[in-house]
Design a binder for this molecule. Structure first.
Ligand SMILES: *Cc1c(COP(=O)(O)O)cnc(C)c1O
Length: 401
């Protein structure tokens, strides 16, 4: 694959007619190192955030050995890409066939669940032909927790209610020698307090169940940096999580896990688009709601932008974007800050699209193509560059003590 210094050199060299994805392996490597070294436990990469095999290899090479997969296709993909990786099947609603293939063919032993029905399904799908149940299952009960501190809720779909958690933990314990509790506080959690609340629920459930807990998995939700969303340093999250984990009534050798998706790959990719038409403060660009900009359209996520022409001299103004498809919903409100004199034919780089960006692209209306290149410059912002070497103790954190 051709390597370029940056987005400008790509535009200069090939004037791309279609959107181009620019990948920064060095940024993903830095994020992986950070989690591998600083998170006080094991970090599983949540593959759905970006399943690119190149990215999986970068994370593996930089200390991420465990992968949170949610579908049989993700199981196969990671197993094929990384034969020695540990896979954890963390979708609480799976098909019996997917469970059996994961267990028998791909060596998966770790599964999550949030109902008795799913527990029974897992045990029977992993039993041998004589109906002998498996002796090596590692099961995690997913607890429903609040998403109130996160930009994107994951609270309503999955997780057993606290009222039913103790009974499910006790039943699950009877089928495995290794039992965990997991949860997800929602994506882009803007304060470590999100995890404190969730860990309080874990405490209540475990105390009521009186079962031995071997792992507490705090899930994903670790933030990245976007315009208007500047989270506290990740070190603050790690220390708050660790302190509350240590205070739980669990085995002294219990493990702590997390499942970052966004935080490990947001900085990995950016996107180069071209303005095809300007109408007032609206720019018609060649990627959008059905492409890598799903979140910009559907939840009005603001991604950082840079105009790539040298001759744009005007001060910045606020723009919104239309994507290329014929659907009115292919609209991204922004505001995106770009030079006032930007016009049709100009190129724009949109940053921080490594998570839930490239992975969301569809071929709707014939607009799915995007070449990919490696670039060597820095992502538009980074939580890992060390420019916050003196992490300010955020107000959010201080108020907890
Ligand atoms: C989506 C998901 C993650 C990753 O979430 P991020 O907010 O991207 O960190 C982790 N675990 C589970 C179970 C998920 O569904």
């Amino acid at each position: 694959m051709h390597i370029y210094p940056d987005a400008r050199s790509v535009v200069h060299d090939i004037s791309p007619d279609e959107p181009v994805i620019l990948n920064r392996p060095h940024a993903a490597a830095r994020a992986a190192h950070f989690f591998a070294e600083k998170f006080p436990g094991k970090s599983l990469y949540a593959v759905k955030a970006n399943p690119s095999p190149e990215l999986l290899r970068v994370l593996w090479a930089n200390g991420i050995s465990h992968f949170d997969v949610a579908s049989i296709a993700e199981v196969r993909l990671v197993r094929q890409t990384l034969p020695d990786a540990t896979l954890c099947f963390m979708h609480p609603v799976k098909t019996a066939k997917a469970i059996a293939e994961a267990y028998n063919v791909h060596g998966v032993r770790t599964f999550s669940l949030d109902t008795v029905e799913e527990l029974e399904k897992i045990v029977s799908a992993c039993s041998d032909a004589d109906g002998t149940p498996p002796g090596d299952l590692r099961l995690l009960v997913r607890l429903r927790v609040s998403s109130e501190y996160s930009e994107l809720s994951l609270a309503s779909k999955f997780g057993v209610d606290l009222a039913d958690a103790a009974a499910l933990l006790q039943q699950t314990r009877q089928h495995c020698d290794w039992l965990g509790v997991c949860f997800h506080v929602g994506s882009q959690a803007m304060t470590p307090f999100a995890y404190v609340q969730a860990l309080e629920r874990v405490r209540a459930a475990v105390a009521e169940a009186s079962v031995v807990i071997d792992v507490v998995d705090v899930g994903g939700g670790f933030p990245s940096e976007y315009p208007g969303m500047e989270p506290p340093p990740l070190e603050d999250y790690f220390s708050v999580i660790f302190r509350h984990f240590e205070a739980l009534p669990i085995a002294y050798n219990a493990e702590l896990w997390c499942e970052p998706g966004r935080a490990l790959c947001a900085e990995y990719s950016s996107l180069v688009v071209r303005v095809e038409k300007r109408r007032g403060e609206e720019l018609f660009i060649n990627d959008g709601a059905y492409g890598a900009l799903f979140d910009a359209a559907h939840i009005e996520w603001r991604f950082p932008v840079n105009a790539l022409e040298d001759d744009l001299t005007q001060p910045v103004a606020e723009f919104s974007f239309y994507g290329p498809t014929c659907d009115d919903a292919d609209f991204m409100k922004g505001p995106f800050m770009l030079p006032e004199d930007i016009q049709a034919g100009d190129y724009i780089e949109i940053g921080m699209l490594g998570a839930y960006g490239a992975a969301m692209k569809t071929g709707f209306n014939g607009f799915g193509n995007a070449d990919q290149y490696v670039v060597e410059d820095e992502p538009m912002s980074s939580l890992y560059r060390g420019d916050r070497a003196d992490p300010r103790a955020s107000d959010n954190v201080v108020s907890l003590r």
